[in-house]
Design a protein around this ligand. Sequence first.
Ligand code: FPP
Length: 239
Amino acid sequence: MNTQPKHVAIIMDGNGRWAQKLGKKRVVGHSRGAKTVREIVEEAVRHQIEYLTLFAFSKENWNRPKDEVNILMKLLVSSLKKEFRRLTENNIKLCAVGDLNTLPELVKEELLFVIEKTKNNSGMVLTLALNYGGKEEIVAAVKAISIKVKNSIISPEKVDESTINEHLYTRNLPPVDLLIRTSGEERISNFLLWHIAYAELYFTKTLWPDFTKEDLQKALLNYGKRERRFGKTSEQLTF
Ligand code: FPP
């Protein structure tokens, strides 16, 4: 059976519904969701998870009402400012994946500042997927490789899995071992398509603002009971 997952990825879903259930505005849910992020990051460190990747804002999220998008962006900036010290105390290295160039200037500035300041930390790698879309990431990689093929930097016969991997936003991340999605929805929503090829999927009905460290422990325990065969048979794994 498995031990600890090296790379855990989370689709933090259900902020809006959490707030609506309490008769509050959706943004109240995002704000409570940011608090959950802090608790779960610290719990992941305690479990010695090496890589934690959080889906913070998808390419498709731009289609939400303008006010909600603005508040999410403000929340990101304030969380980065607030959490910077705690990231350092926990020896966490912050990274980001996605189309970062088109993020609002203020978000980009704060993000790049924290990434730079934490780049030599040697503990958990915390990656925020921001303005991220899995299909778009693959398209960008194919484009970059095509240009290299056209300019004879890469020969077409040499293109293999590692060539594609090296051109993804997520090139520095190992494959995802455990993908968690909260809120009862059971889909991938264009998250880390390449890296989840053999991920174990864990769905819970708990809404993200209610997701606790005990819930993370439960997901990790459940992962520990899974048999990961990577295409082989059970017998091959035993002998
Ligand atoms: C999904 O809930 C959540 C998001 C689109 C954003 C996630 C953002 C946070 C948890 C807050 C800040 C993040 C960081 C990294 C500090 P939803 O709005 O889709 O919920 P719903 O499905 O109930 O509507």
